[in-house]
Design a binder for this molecule. Structure first.
Ligand SMILES: Nc1ncnc2c1ncn2[C@@H]1O[C@H](COP(=O)(O)OP(=O)(O)OP(=O)(O)O)[C@@H](O)[C@H]1O
Length: 255
């Protein structure tokens, strides 16, 4: 593969326990992959291992390449974290937090340049009233706006890969759909982690289903979510609330 993300044979152990087990993933440039699985299946640890963000307690092996070379956090890849309350500094205005990322990476030299650029990034993240949001402290904003602010931070350095870990799980359904649309529309290669099949349907070109640290099923989203081959995927799909379909119908029908 020439472009995109390639993860080969990724294994993570902690305290003698293997929590990610020989995981391989491939995302073509500009495409979106969703890693889907229940809580504790190893999705977040996989994402953090790919980004090199796991602490020393974790032992990590395997290969990660992006566009054929090593992956550099900040320059190549932006992270949209799960918890927008914890990820923003409560004591600093949103504009200053975005500006700091821009200056830290040498993208702008002066404070006034940083300010202008921060407003542009908030606009890109779908914020209509960028001036007001830039002046606000995190607690003055809705969850949806805080998540958009984090997207602005994540895309500040023009990354070609975005990793988003449950980016909309704290948002209500309408805001969730808008933020997912936005992430999808940015055109970067996207790795999204979720336990929500609805999110996987909206975002994924491809879907990898994870259970107990392993990828149990992997393929085009329409195939994996339309006609799942693995019993675990069928159980996940069957637990999805859908109007008019009795629970158990899918697992029973395909088993
Ligand atoms: N710091 C840690 N020390 C020890 N074990 C950990 C640590 N972090 C995660 N784990 C274990 O690794 C496994 C995978 O966790 P992970 O957070 O990747 O799951 P997940 O699929 O992302 O779940 P969730 O959706 O709840 O975040 C779990 O069994 C978890 O207990």
């Amino acid at each position: 593969m020439n472009g995109g993300l390639l993860v080969e044979d990724l294994t993570v152990t902690v305290g003698g326990r293997r929590i990610v087990d020989h995981v391989g993933l491939e995302i073509a440039q500009g495409k979106a992959m969703v890693v889907l699985g229940e809580s504790g299946s190893g999705k977040s640890v996989t994402a953090r291992a790919i980004l090199g963000l796991l602490g020393r307690r974790f032992s990590v092996s395997g290969h990660v390449t992006f566009n054929g070379g090593p992956l550099t956090l900040g320059r190549d890849v932006g992270l949209v974290p799960q918890d927008h309350t914890a990820a923003l500094d409560p004591l600093r205005r949103i504009g200053a937090q975005i500006g700091e990322v821009l200056r830290h990476h040498g993208i702008v030299g002066s404070r006034s340049q940083a300010k202008g650029r921060a407003l542009g990034l908030l606009g890109l993240a779908g914020v209509r009233d960028a001036e007001r949001v830039a002046r606000a402290y995190p607690h003055e904003l809705s969850g949806g706006l805080r998540q958009r602010a984090l997207i602005a931070v994540a895309v500040a350095c023009g990354p070609r890969l975005l990793v988003a870990d449950e980016p909309t799980s704290a948002l209500d359904v309408t805001v969730q759909a808008k933020v997912l649309d936005l992430l999808r529309g940015l055109g970067t290669t996207l790795l999204m982690i979720t336990h929500d099949i609805g999110v996987a349907r909206l975002v994924g070109d491809t879907v990898a289903v994870m259970s107990e640290g392993r990828i149990v099923e992997y393929g085009e989203a329409r195939d994996v979510l339309g006609l799942p081959g693995h019993p675990y995927t069928r159980r996940l799909l069957d637990a999805e609330p859908r109007p008019g379909v009795p629970r158990g119908a899918l697992a029973g029908g395909l088993a």
